[in-house]
Design a protein around this ligand. Structure first.
Ligand code: GDP
Length: 515
């Protein structure tokens, strides 16, 4: 029942779970109002007799009996901060846009944070009760950011609402459920629980308290767990209605009491068998946290198949600049650097100082943050230090492009250039140690040299790869043998070799890539 942390559950163990929804948008566009209005639609809140508790997330049971979990901390900073900690808890983003105000800078930030996370979006056009509301203009402006709503022939669902007058809420809920259905959200409830911290604080009466969103399994009172680098034993669980509960299943937010310290938002909770295991997991996490970021360039072996492999490496960046013209020029030039193998992905580009939003976005995607004639504000600088974000400042576009180009090339495996230098026929095979084979060869063309790499082919199919460990002619060790001559060779690490096979000898040169 207790799995390895982060392991994958078998398909047959999976059961449907509630979608987890985050609301994002520009300040004052109605995120908080919409969260409150949606909370008001919960059909069980009244009968449960509980008092509404703000624990960072809440659940709504719809008239149809479906459950939706809403994260109660709106805004993209919280969203991407969680993601930077490896907690991709949000299934669906609701982008709130006030119909009178239209798209504003934070709306665009929210769009880019959502896109970077690859989370589907539903657009809630709010304040439709206002006489100056212009929902159609919102839809048109969204097009500029490649968000095509259904009305405009696209796939993104949109809905007109008024958080104030509580109109359009049923339709919004319907669209969330529809989106969730398409996503087939599921989790295994029959296993040790895993979850993520939504928020945490030190409570006077109760000690360290964390709201945890359970992702898989069922969290139970009495469970031993690790949260981040802290451990503990569940003393009590409190739900979003302020009720003490014994268990919490997938997609359920609960307050957890019984922690040894206050964890951070996004930290993972894992239930373990015992204290000893808890210490082991905590130590492992500490180690992971201190490990430096390493770029995972493909190995040269993978690279040989890169022509067959259509995956393109992405190089994500966040760009901030002093004026619109330079930002546009940078984005255009960056896109031009892209090749079939590696592509620049501009997560966000904007005018103005580097903000916390930019840093959290960069951190979540491990992207460098480029400032062109701009600097970060104080908070952003602190956050960047904490998140170990690479901040680069430039005042010459050429320098910026050269550096990015160099880094992108560095992420590509070196080019392997193989030159065939000779071919030989296998005449006879003898055993030579555990892994190696000795073979009598006839050099057909070119040359055989000691140390060369070789491919063994049979009926024009490659059967194995090897190396010439040593070469002999009659009783003498030699370093090379030419076409038309016979020789003996020890072939490293070969099992599958027969008389009649062809040996193809080649030289390999590795060349660093440029773009
Ligand atoms: P947030 O900053 O995005 O969380 O926005 P709030 O929910 O705090 O709302 C900002 C202001 O807009 C408040 O004065 C709300 O009363 C108002 N507001 C929110 N939703 C609506 C709406 O649907 N219609 C109207 N007319 N006002 C709204």
């Amino acid at each position: 029942e207790i799995g390895i942390e982060g392991d994958v559950d078998a398909p047959e163990t999976l059961q449907q779970r509630a979608p987890v929804v985050t609301i994002m948008g520009h300040v004052d566009h109605g995120k908080t109002s919409l969260l409150d209005a949606l909370r008001g639609t919960d059909v069980v809140a009244g009968e449960s007799g509980g008092i509404t508790q703000h624990i960072g997330a809440y659940q709504v049971t719809t008239k149809g009996g479906e459950v939706i979990t809403f994260l109660d901390t709106p805004g993209h900073e919280a969203f991407s901060e969680m993601r930077a900690r490896g907690a991709n808890v949000t299934d669906i983003v609701i982008l709130v846009v006030a119909a009178d105000d239209g798209l504003m800078p934070q709306t665009i930030e929210a769009i880019n944070h959502t896109k970077a996370a690859g989370v589907p979006m539903i657009v809630a056009i709010n304040k439709c009760d206002k006489p100056e509301a212009n929902p159609q203009k919102v839809r048109e402006r969204l097009l500029e950011h490649e968000i095509v709503v259904e009305d405009m022939g696209g796939e993104v669902q949109d809905v007109q609402v008024s958080a104030l007058k509580k109109t359009g809420l049923d339709e919004l809920i319907e669209k969330i459920l529809l989106q969730a259905e398409v996503m087939e959200l599921s989790a295994n409830p029959d296993r040790a629980a895993e979850g993520n911290v939504i928020e945490a604080q030190l409570d006077k009466g109760r000690g360290a308290v964390a709201t945890v969103l359970v992702r898989k399994g069922v969290l139970k009172v009495g469970d031993t767990f690790v949260i981040g680098a802290e451990s503990g034993k569940v003393r009590a669980l409190v739900n979003d209605k302020g009720q003490n509960v014994k268990t919490a299943g997938p997609s359920t937010p609960v307050e957890v009491l019984g922690l040894s310290g206050v964890p951070r938002a996004g930290d993972q909770l894992t239930v373990v068998e015992n204290e000893a295991r808890a210490r082991e997991v905590a130590a492992y996490r500490q180690e992971q946290a201190t490990k430096k970021r390493t770029t995972s360039a493909p190995t040269s072996f993978e690279h040989m198949f890169s022509a067959l492999n259509t995956t393109v490496i992405e190089y994500p960046v966040v760009v901030k600049g002093d004026v619109q013209g330079s930002v546009e020029a940078i984005v255009t030039s960056l896109n031009r650097i892209s090749t079939d193998e590696i592509k620049v992905r501009v997560l966000h580009a904007g005018v103005g100082a580097i903000t916390e939003s930019d840093v959290t976005l960069a951190a979540a995607s491990r992207a460098p943050l480029i400032g062109f004639n701009v600097r970060p504000n104080a908070k952003a600088r602190q956050l960047a230090e904490r998140e170990k974000i690479s901040l680069r400042y430039y005042d010459v576009i050429y320098d910026l492009l050269e550096e990015v180009r160099g880094e992108m090339a560095g992420q590509l495996a070196p080019e392997r250039i193989e030159t065939i230098v000779g071919r030989a026929e296998v005449l006879q095979v003898f055993p030579a140690g555990k892994k190696d084979k000795a073979a009598g060869l006839l050099v057909l063309d070119g040359i055989i040299r000691k140390g060369l790499a070789a491919r063994l082919t049979r009926d024009d199919v490659i059967v194995s790869r090897t190396n010439i460990a040593s070469l002999r002619r009659f009783k003498d060790d030699v370093s090379e043998v030419r076409a038309g001559m016979e020789c003996g060779a020890v072939l490293q690490d070969t099992n599958d070799i027969k008389a009649g096979d062809t040996l193809e000898l080649f030289e390999v040169e590795e060349r660093a890539r440029t773009l």
